[in-house]
Design a binder for this molecule. Structure first.
Ligand code: SAM
Length: 363
């Protein structure tokens, strides 16, 4: 039965029910077959290379109040914002260390000063690296004009997670205000696509109230919206948040979220085939070998944190964030060993564009 579905994934579209069967697998021998099939699909469609996106978390100031997030506006977290020089220093470090790209992330702000600051820093990074360091930005919901300016200044990829593609669940995990609108987020994805970005989205996996059917619908959403990149990972509890205070967080709950995280990567790989899929840091927060297991389940992107050390512990979206005490140098060596341990190689000095994006540009 499982063998039939896995074989079918190579020749025909998986149905909702096929994917539901896969997401509900629990027997280790079945899971091993799922991950092996997803890894073979990755090898066939995007190769066995893992690409690095050096993660720069440049500010934890946020206007949003998402119930699950450790840097939400109402949290007592001490705030920081890096200077342009500090951000540039990290980007140049990534460039010199042959990282093909960086991901620039912060809490969400829409004020003009912030948008100009980001526009300037994108232009400066582009100049300093001769346009050779690809930039993914992950800075939430903005206007068309702002997205356009950031694109024109040199950012070519945008990651905007839907968080969940179920509008009812979205409402439960966000305050009911215009700033937290499901429809606006969806519209932003469409605008990003029109501008010409490589567009990434994703969800949190294992949210309280989320069902296996929701997760399959998330994968259906990725396919229907023809996205180029997926950045999804398990929901990880942050105790000082409204959601974290009530969410189960025993070993059983953590293992379940982690396993759903791996299954989502594998089924997304089988269904979408040529997109970039990240093995996110959240996987490692729940399991010491989380990111390696993500690569084995079909992911091909890693996001080593290159945020300057002084700031790392202030960008805590969830508890037990890994790598807080590490240096960028240590993260590079450590991750490269992890990649090689699963039989992949690191695509050093390559931008690692989404194969799906390159194909749809040609078509
Ligand atoms: N607000 C911006 C946005 O929407 O892209 C920028 C940064 S936001 C902190 C980045 C991502 O962190 C979110 O998309 C969310 O999925 C993830 N995140 C926040 N809290 C989390 C948690 N407790 N567990 C796992 N992921 C979390």
């Amino acid at each position: 039965m499982i063998e039939d579905i896995l074989a079918k994934s190579q020749t025909a579209e998986l149905t909702f029910d096929d994917m539901l069967t896969l997401i509900n697998l629990t027997k280790q021998s079945d899971l091993d077959k799922l991950y092996a099939a997803a890894y073979a699909t990755k090898e066939k469609h995007v190769g066995k290379k893992a690409y690095y996106r050096g993660l720069i978390e440049f500010s934890n100031v946020c206007v949003k109040d998402c119930y699950y997030c450790g840097i939400r506006k109402s949290s007592a977290q001490e705030r920081y914002s890096m200077t342009k020089d500090e951000i540039l220093e990290m980007a140049i470090w990534a460039y010199k260390n042959n990282y093909g790209s960086v991901t620039i992330q912060s809490g969400e702000r829409q004020d003009a000063e912030y948008c100009e600051f980001v526009a300037d820093i994108i232009a400066e990074i582009s100049n300093a690296t001769n346009g050779k360091l690809a930039m993914t930005i992950c800075l939430g919901e903005q206007s068309l004009a702002v997205y356009q300016k950031w694109f024109d200044n040199g950012a070519t990829r945008y990651l905007l997670r839907m968080e969940t593609t179920n509008p009812a669940l979205y409402k439960k995990i966000h305050p009911d205000t215009p700033l937290h609108s499901f429809e606006n987020r969806l519209n932003c994805l469409k605008v990003l696509r029109q501008i010409g970005y490589q567009v990434g989205t994703g969800v949190m996996i294992g949210l309280p109230g989320q069902t296996p059917e929701d997760m399959v619908n998330d994968i259906v959403f990725y396919k229907q919206n023809d996205v180029d990149m997926i950045g999804m990972g398990p929901y990880v509890v942050h105790k000082n948040t409204p959601m974290g205070q009530n969410a189960p967080d025993d070993t059983h709950a953590q293992v379940a979220r982690f396993n759903y995280g791996l299954k989502m990567i594998a089924i997304t790989r089988l269904h979408l085939k040529d997109v970039n899929i990240a093995a996110t840091t959240a996987l490692q927060a729940l399991h010491p070998l989380g990111r390696e297991m993500g690569l084995k389940a079909g992911a091909n992107i890693l996001m080593p944190i290159i945020t300057l050390q002084d700031y790392r512990n202030k960008y805590q979206l969830y508890d037990n964030k890994p790598c807080i005490d590490d240096t960028p140098e240590h993260c590079k060596t450590c991750l490269t060993n992890r990649v090689e341990s699963v039989g992949d190689v690191v695509g050093f000095a390559e931008t690692g564009d989404s194969v799906h994006f390159l194909r749809r540009k040609v078509a």
